[in-house]
Design a protein around this ligand. Structure first.
Ligand SMILES: [Zn+2]
Ligand SMILES: [Zn+2]
Length: 261
C-alpha cells in the first residue's frame, strides 16, 4: 500500500471510531504540541546541551541573549496563550456536543495535489494578511497597547513567537494561519498539516538560530532587532512594499548623508 493508501486507512479508522468533536479537539491539541511546543523546547535546549554549536549558529551576539529568567517568563506566557487557544474550541465543542465539528472531516483523504494547492494558498494568504495586520499593529496609536509586548525580546528565542497580547495572538498568530483554509473549506488534514508547518516556521523564525529555516530566520530576527523592517513572513510583501531594507522609512536627505559618509 502506498503512503496515500496508508493515510486513507488510518483516517478511515479514526473517522469510524471517534466522534467528530473528539477528532477536532484532539487535532487542535496535537497541532500545537507537534508544531510548536516540541520544536520550541528543542530550540531552547540546544543552548544548554550543545553550547558551542549554539554560539556558532546564533544570529545575534551572545552578550545580547535573554537571561534564563527572561526565557522562563517567555515560556510561561506563551504556554498560557496556547492553553486558551485550545480551550476556546474546547468550549465550543462542549456547548455544541461531540457529534459536531466545525472543520471538514470528509472520510475521503484528498489527493496530494489538493494538499499542495491548499499549502500554497495558505502560505500566500498568511503572508498577505499577516503583513497588513502586523503593519497596523506598528501604527503609533496602537503599538504601545498591543504589539509592544511582542517586541520585548529584541534578541528572540523560539517561545517568543507566541509571546503576545491576547488581541495580537488571535489577530496576527491564530487567524492568518487558520481562517483562509477554513473559509476555503479545505480538508481538516490539510489545515492541520499547514498549521503544524506554520507553527514550526514561527518557532524557527524566533529561534535566534540561522539553520533549518526557509526563508532564513534572519528576516524576522532583524525585525526584532531593528524594528521597522520585514513585517511579513516569507519576504514577498516586504519586497512589494520596499519594507525589506532597514531605513526604508527614513527621509531621503538622511539617506544621502549616510551615503556621503
Ligand atoms: Zn513587529
Ligand atoms: Zn516576532
Amino acid at each position: 500500500m502506498d503512503l496515500h493508501g496508508k493515510l486513507q486507512a488510518a483516517w478511515g479508522h479514526i473517522i469510524s471510531t471517534y466522534k467528530p468533536g473528539t477528532i477536532e479537539l484532539t487535532g487542535v491539541i496535537l497541532t500545537q504540541v507537534i508544531g510548536f511546543i516540541i520544536p520550541a523546547t528543542l530550540y531552547i535546549l540546544i543552548d544548554t546541551i550543545f553550547p558551542k554549536f549554539s554560539r556558532r549558529h546564533k544570529i545575534q551576539d551572545a552578550r545580547r541573549q535573554p537571561t534564563r529568567q527572561q526565557v522562563l517568563h517567555c515560556v510561561k506566557v506563551t504556554l498560557f496563550n496556547h492553553v486558551w487557544v485550545v480551550a476556546l474550541p474546547g468550549l465550543l465543542i462542549w456547548f455544541t456536543g461531540l457529534d459536531h465539528a466545525t472543520m471538514n472531516l470528509d472520510p475521503t483523504v484528498p489527493p496530494w495535489t489538493d494538499f499542495i494547492i491548499d499549502f500554497v494558498f495558505g502560505l500566500l494568504a498568511r503572508e498577505v494578511s499577516f503583513y497588513y495586520i502586523h503593519r497596523a499593529l506598528h501604527h503609533p496609536s496602537i503599538y504601545v497597547y498591543i504589539h509592544k509586548m511582542h517586541h520585548k525580546y529584541v534578541t528572540p528565542v523560539a517561545f517568543a513567537a507566541e509571546y503576545a497580547h491576547p488581541v495580537e495572538h488571535i489577530l496576527a498568530n491564530v487567524l492568518p494561519i487558520t481562517l483562509p483554509l477554513y473559509l476555503k473549506g479545505a480538508h481538516s488534514l490539510s489545515i492541520m498539516g499547514f498549521v503544524v508547518f506554520e507553527l514550526w516556521e514561527a518557532a524557527a523564525d524566533h529561534s535566534g538560530y540561522d539553520f533549518l529555516k526557509l526563508p532564513p530566520a534572519e528576516l524576522h530576527d532583524l525585525h526584532h532587532e531593528k524594528f521597522r523592517v520585514n513585517y511579513g513572513t516569507i519576504g514577498l510583501m516586504d519586497w512589494i512594499h520596499g519594507t525589506d531594507v532597514v531605513g526604508w522609512d527614513r527621509p531621503k536627505k538622511v539617506k544621502k548623508v549616510k551615503i556621503a559618509e
